[in-house]
Design a protein around this ligand. Structure first.
Ligand code: SAM
Length: 422
């Protein structure tokens, strides 16, 4: 066993009131259910490496089977499928919905004692067959935040967070997924009783103070939260305020870039028009960490691309703007191209370089998700979009807010212009 839960004394294990929507009730219903007993027996014979207590098994089955909603359940961090078998069996018992099970399956972080070469996907799938739940599982092999980035506008009933157990890892999972949970839905965080994971416990204590979720209690190691009516933006603002109070920078949060005072050389030469997102696209291109290379645009990207890229190149003054000729491609730190050129052009980006593209149609959520997919398929980190503007960054991911602040501090701004994070 690579980690041994150490229970914390004094935390609630019983829930006040046992309506149909309470962990005690789900557990009671699960224990009385023949499908639960069946999956329990199959699980015991399947040899799944796991750390589940009996109450946790019943909780997972019960919440997936008997809580309200349409059975859209997401698990972040699957490993060999311990909790997944019970969550999926619960969805099967409900007869609708699915378990979306997310894990890169290359092993957990070394500090959890898991070898990074460990590939658990084959075992997971074999266990799902053995437990008779395979058809109820939508397997996503990938990082939880990458899967969140392409999640359709489908409300989630239950999310179970059990992936990266570091403070920032669990926070990122909460921030990516909690807003997607429907009001009245559930957020479970595992290992909430494990004193060997102090950062995770600290995060759970902080989540208890957020207005968009209510802490319900603890079922052995699983902290149960219920999503309130608070809109997603408010929930995200609370998370942001929380981390600012703590003095943490979330490397995936781009908002410090927008708050940043730009240096004197920032002239925004292209700003005759103010299309939504143009300033953001310009600013990101301006702040890309300098690499050998140029600022490129393709003819198909159009006049706006030409104008924006030329303006950035003038203002940065550290490389020429060029029209990219696909027959003689040159390395570029920023490329603005058409959507159908993203795959080809991404190979010409220097590490840390920025890809920009415009959504040609009237942007909809679906078309924006489609472009995000194109960016991810091209090996880019899909950082975001505003209006019709989309951007992605070539790994290694140098354009984190942290890197941008550091870079701007040393390369451009006098110290007084750098916003201080509380
Ligand atoms: C504690 S195990 C999960 C245990 C599992 N839920 C169970 O019930 O047996 C943690 C898992 O999280 C996965 N993981 C780590 N970082 C992740 C990330 N960023 N996204 C998704 N999964 C991640 C690891 O690969 C590992 O399999």
């Amino acid at each position: 066993m690579w980690w041994k839960p150490r229970p914390i004394r004094g935390l609630a294990t019983q829930f006040p009131g046992s309506g149909p929507e309470s962990p005690d009730e789900w557990i009671r219903c699960a224990e009385a259910d023949s499908r639960f007993r069946e999956v329990h027996a199959r699980f015991a014979g399947a040899g799944v490496m796991n750390w589940l207590t009996e109450r946790e098994k019943a909780l997972h089955f019960g919440i997936a089977a008997f809580s309200s909603g349409s059975g859209i359940v997401v698990e972040l961090g699957t490993f060999e499928g311990g909790a997944a078998m019970f969550l999926a069996a619960g969805v099967a018992r409900r007869g609708q919905g699915r378990l979306v099970s997310v894990d890169p399956h290359f092993g957990g972080p070394p500090w959890l004692g898991m070898a990074t070469h460990q590939r658990t996907s084959a075992k997971f799938l074999a266990h799902a067959e053995a437990c008779g739940v395979r058809e109820w599982i939508d397997v996503r092999i990938g990082d939880s935040s990458a899967v969140a980035a392409v999640w359709p506008a489908e409300p989630i009933d239950v999310v179970f967070i059990d992936g990266d157990h570091s403070y920032l890892g669990a926070l990122r999972d909460f921030e990516c997924w909690a807003p997607k949970v429907r009001p009245g839905g559930w957020i479970l965080i595992d290992d909430a009783d494990d004193t060997a994971l102090p950062e995770l416990l600290e995060l759970i204590e902080e989540v208890k103070t957020i207005s968009g979720v209510a802490y319900v209690g603890l079922v052995d190691g699983v902290a149960v939260f219920r999503r309130g009516e608070t809109p997603p933006q408010r929930l995200l603002a609370d998370v942001s305020a929380l981390t600012q109070r703590r003095g943490s920078i979330r490397p995936w949060d781009m908002s410090p870039i927008h708050e940043m005072t730009l240096p004197a050389s920032y002239r925004k030469s292209c700003s005759q028009s103010h299309e939504p997102g143009e300033a953001d696209a310009y600013q990101l291109a301006f702040l890309v960490k300098s690499q050998p290379g140029m600022y490129g645009y393709t003819p198909a990207a159009g006049e706006r691309a030409n104008r924006l890229i030329r303006a950035v190149a003038i203002d940065r003054g550290d490389g020429p703007a060029i029209e990219i000729d696909p027959r003689t491609p040159q390395p570029c730190k920023v490329i603005f191209c058409a959507v159908d050129e993203v795959a080809t052009c991404s190979s010409w980006l220097t590490p840390g370089g920025l890809m920009l593209t415009l959504n040609p149609a009237n942007p909809t959520h679906e078309s924006s998700i489609g472009i995000r997919r194109t960016m991810l398929d091209a090996g880019l980190e899909g950082c975001g979009w505003v209006g019709a503007f989309h951007w992605g960054v070539r790994r290694p991911f140098l354009l984190s807010a942290e890197a941008v602040i550091e870079y701007t501090k040393t390369a451009y701004c006098p110290p007084k212009e750098i916003p201080q994070r509380a």
